[in-house]
Design a protein around this ligand. Structure first.
Ligand SMILES: NC(=O)c1ccc[n+]([C@@H]2O[C@H](COP(=O)([O-])OP(=O)(O)OC[C@H]3O[C@@H](n4cnc5c(N)ncnc54)[C@H](O)[C@@H]3O)[C@@H](O)[C@H]2O)c1
Length: 455
């Protein structure tokens, strides 16, 4: 059993402290608010959560849970400190880290006097990079000690919901543990070993980011459901019946499908159907900003790919993949076609390879589409993958249909690869340093400043 201090006796801190005490650990809660400390000391929870009062009362009675306003004493009497203080929004939307910084200073001052190795666990929600740029330097400055040698800082974001926080803590779906050095996660793993849920050991930044991604997605789901509900109401359609059927598809709808960062969507259905739905909403005078923003978002993603190619300042471009996805020769609203059109307009010389598209097989709407969109497609399309790659300075990979080992074998070190899918970026190889990915926030954010130096 471990000795633990928990900084911040709010919703997260009190639940964390109480549930760890329930599991048999000795826990001291720390808060600057003497009223909260006094409440916990008297065996009552300072926040309202179903089931919390009972756990607090029992744990206090058993001598495993107490509270103090003295951070130095709390750190000295514990081997792990959980940081659960608030991280509110400032007026401009940025995160106010002043409370986190103050707690880190206090922990640092306490560590100045402490001989034993100490683990600090950040449970507050902070933007990726905060632990390395704020938490660790603040503790180091206040303690005069070094992270990794005298103490370690881990990330353990909180996924509980207010109103069912105790039940969520005791029955988690996932437990996310981040550290710079995985060996620092041993004590944390022990703390959670009795709980169900999948444990993910990862980097500090991934752990910090997962929390934001989860909350953004939850907010997105609520707004999506509400916009669909509003549209259904206007159209006098039973939104609950629609939703019930919609969520029953756990292969494409409520599933990991379409949630891997990659290239823009296209094809003959998604853009067309979104446009029609938004038009119908407009006819009904309902503003649905979320649904309305999807096509512009998709276009912005495509533009990031264009900018990434142009940033190389190279003119000879190979584009692997022409149809809107692997396994089809459907070119209608293919994002690769749009990408090529934009690059041709910028004076690039393009060669295209697509396993599934061959001019001879093109009939009907596909042929018409090519004739209208990029009439000189025949001159650009090739069936010879190796030759297309050989003559290019930049290889844009936009299809999963290309065999990765063939691709890696064909690439020369001086060639730049822009991977519009996600899978290739996970691999390593002689060209890994030249490889860039356009998918995902992180990669997309780096596009403007990409260093396209050859490997
Ligand atoms: N509320 C939730 O359900 C929830 C869920 C997941 C994540 N989070 C995140 O967890 C963090 C805490 O959220 P919360 O809702 O528990 O906050 P809260 O405001 O309820 O509690 C924060 C507590 O920290 C105390 N505090 C302030 N300065 C302190 C200091 N120097 N030392 C010790 N204690 C100090 C405050 O007095 C307060 O009691 C935030 O980053 C939040 O975004 C909250």
């Amino acid at each position: 059993m471990k000795h633990i201090s928990v900084f911040g006796l709010g919703y997260v801190g009190t639940v964390t402290a109480a549930c760890l005490a329930r599991a048999g650990h000795t826990v001291v809660g720390v808060d600057i608010n003497p009223a909260k400390v006094a409440m916990l000391e008297s065996g009552r929870a300072p926040v309202l959560e179903p089931g919390l009062d009972e756990i607090v009362a029992k744990s206090c009675k058993a001598g495993r849970l107490r509270a103090t306003t003295d951070p130095i004493a709390a750190v000295n009497s514990s081997e792990i400190s959980f940081l659960c203080v608030g991280t509110p929004s400032l007026q401009n939307g940025s995160l106010d880290l002043s409370i986190v910084e103050r707690s880190c200073q206090e922990i640092g001052l306490a560590l100045r006097l402490k001989v034993q190795f100490h683990i600090v666990v950040l449970r507050s929600t902070v933007l990726p990079g905060t632990i390395k740029s704020v938490v660790i330097p603040t503790i180091e400055a206040a303690s005069g000690k070094q992270a990794g040698t005298d103490f370690a800082v881990c990330a353990n974001p909180e996924f509980t919901r207010e109103g069912s926080a105790v039940a969520d803590f005791l029955n988690p779906e996932i437990i996310v543990l981040g550290a710079e050095d995985p060996s620092h996660l041993g004590s944390l793993c022990e703390l959670y070993q009795e709980l169900p849920g999948q444990v993910f050991e990862t980097s500090l930044e991934v752990a910090e980011m997962v929390k934001y991604v989860s909350n953004a997605f939850h907010a997105l789901k609520v707004s999506f459901a509400n916009e669909i509900g509003s549209l259904c109401t206007q159209l006098q359609i039973d939104s609950r019946a629609v939703t019930r059927i919609f969520v029953s598809d756990t292969r494409l709808n409520i599933s990991p499908a379409y949630l891997t960062p990659g290239f823009a969507f296209g094809g003959s259905c998604l853009p067309k159907d979104l446009r029609a739905l938004c038009y119908r909403a407009k006819q009904k005078d309902i503003d649905l900003p979320l649904l309305r923003s999807i096509l512009p978002s998709n276009q912005a993603h495509l533009e990031r790919a264009v900018e990434a190619v142009l940033a190389t300042r190279c003119k000879k471009i190979a584009v692997l993949g022409l149809s809107f996805k692997a396994g089809t020769d459907d070119l209608r609203e293919s994002p690769s076609v749009q990408l090529i059109k934009r690059l041709l307009g910028e004076g690039c010389q393009i060669q295209i390879w697509d396993r599934d598209v061959s001019l001879g097989r093109l009939v009907g709407s596909n042929r018409q589409f090519i004739e209208e969109e990029i009439p000189h497609i025949g001159m650009l399309l090739s069936t010879d993958l190796l030759n297309v790659i050989k003559t290019a300075e930049v290889v844009v990979v936009g299809t999963k249909a290309v065999d990765q080992s063939t691709l890696l074998a064909a690439l020369r070190p001086e060639q730049v690869i822009i991977d519009l899918r996600s899978s290739l970026s996970d691999s390593s190889g002689p060209h890994a340093t030249a490889r860039q990915q356009i998918s995902g926030q992180e990669a997309a954010g780096t596009v403007a400043g990409l260093a396209y130096s050859p490997a």
